[in-house]
Design a binder for this molecule. Structure first.
Ligand code: NZQ
Ligand code: ZN
Length: 369
């Protein structure tokens, strides 16, 4: 991590590798990242694949896998945001898988063999640079699922690459980072003091830097703090020591993205306040701890404190310029019912208590209409 670190690619990737470099839609050509990568790898054997879209699709990734097989690729380098990195994780598995790579996603076939991959990250949000998750979509059926794929062998994080991010992507990225922490924090009290305070330290950092970043998106120190927070939010550390995890908000958010194309972080800003409200009986003690330590809410009875804390969380997301209700995005009952139907059909129940069934997801979404 740091300024100028893209140049390290030259020696980090062995000279004899046949590298497939993967990109998104072209932001890296405008901000100089592409030039830095090609300069660093000018003496390596490289092939490029362009066009991995936000919420990477199996339809596109199949083409990349075909190209990689033709070129006998034995190293992958993802250059871009979480979507390029996640897509490349699936390519890494797909290159060594005999069937259709969608099996690895939909049927959750275990991923055992992968081609080594690395990342150059240009968008802080997902933590994918230091975790093994990949979230893959299938556009033709409007599906989106997360899987355990593979870890990058290394990742490069130069905060200067983020200076070209538009405001909306920064807002989505901050919310995504915030909600990753919440999914591993907002469950029960008293499990782990160090992990609670680790999570709270990251939440406080985000609350402190977010308004400053909106005003100064090219401030190196601010973007550096944001980038590091995103990595630390979802690299497995907060979940150490048996900390319970939720992830219901993410699962509901994925459906909103699959059905309506909402950006990932935006879907979370809409859903999280509903999860907090509907599950306030079970999560109440932790919501009160979070409200007190992050938002300084100390007055009122239990219900009032919980209510104020949810309002503060919602206001934080709105202060980043995001809408937080389904109706503001033209989404209504039809979608609420469809998500309930999908969860019921898959017989899933998410959350730390495995109680977020289709019916509970419906209550959460109704709360956000
Ligand atoms: O495609 P290009 O032209 O590069 O533009 C991208 C894209 O349009 C642009 N962008 C990225 N870096 C930029 C930039 N524009 C200007 N300057 C830069 N420096 O931003 C747009 C969005 O990029 P994307 O990669 O889609 O965003 P993000 O990093 O938020 O990734 C979202 C995906 O990650 C998944 C999400 O579900 C979604 O599919 N997630 C992955 C996780 C993981 N692997 O652990 C966890 C998360 O919860 C999340 O689910
Ligand atoms: Zn996320």
């Amino acid at each position: 991590m740091g300024r100028g670190t893209i140049a390290l690619l030259t020696k980090e990737i062995p000279a004899d590798k046949r590298i497939l470099i993967t990109f998104g839609g072209g932001s890296v050509k405008k901000n100089g990242v592409y030039d830095q990568v090609t300069e660093a790898l000018k003496n390596h054997n490289t092939v490029e694949f362009w066009g991995i879209e936000p919420n990477p699709s199996i339809e596109t990734l199949r083409k990349a896998i075909e190209l990689g097989k033709q070129e006998k690729t034995n190293f992958l380098l993802a250059v871009g945001g979480g979507s390029v990195a996640d897509g490349t994780k699936l390519i890494a598995a797909g290159l060594l898988y005999k069937g259709d790579a969608w099996d690895l996603v939909k049927l959750r076939k275990p991923i055992t063999d992968t081609v080594p991959m690395a990342t150059v990250m240009t968008l802080p949000a997902t933590g994918t640079e230091m975790n093994r998750n990949a979230v893959i979509s299938r556009y033709e059926t409007k599906e989106k699922y997360g899987i355990a794929a593979n870890y990058p062998v290394f990742s490069i994080l130069d905060p200067e690459t983020t200076f070209s991010l538009p405001q909306n992507q920064i807002a989505y990225g901050i919310v995504d980072t915030f909600v990753h922490i919440m999914e591993q924090y907002l469950t029960v009290t008293g499990v782990s003091r160090p992990m609670d305070r680790w999570a709270e330290g990251l939440l406080q950092t985000l609350v402190e830097i977010a308004p400053k970043i909106i005003d100064n998106p090219t401030d190196y120190n601010l973007m550096s703090d944001y980038m590091l927070s995103s990595t630390l939010a979802l690299n497995g550390f907060i979940a150490l020591g048996g900390v319970p995890q939720d992830w219901a908000t993410h699962q509901i958010g994925h459906e909103l993205t699959a059905l309506h194309g909402l950006a990932h972080g935006h879907s979370l800003a809409i859903v999280l306040p509903g999860t907090m409200n509907v599950l306030r009986a079970k999560k109440g003690d932790k919501i009160i701890q979070y409200g007190e330590r992050i938002w300084k809410i100390k007055e009122g009875n239990r219900n009032e404190r919980i209510g104020k804390t949810i309002i503060k969380t919602n206001e934080f997301f709105r202060s980043l310029g995001l809408t937080t209700h389904l109706s503001e995005e033209g989404i209504g009952y039809e979608t609420v019912n469809e998500i309930e139907r999908r969860f019921n059909e898959r017989k899933v129940a998410f959350g730390e208590n495995a109680n977020v069934t289709g019916a509970v997801a419906k209550l959460i979404l109704q709360d956000r209409l």
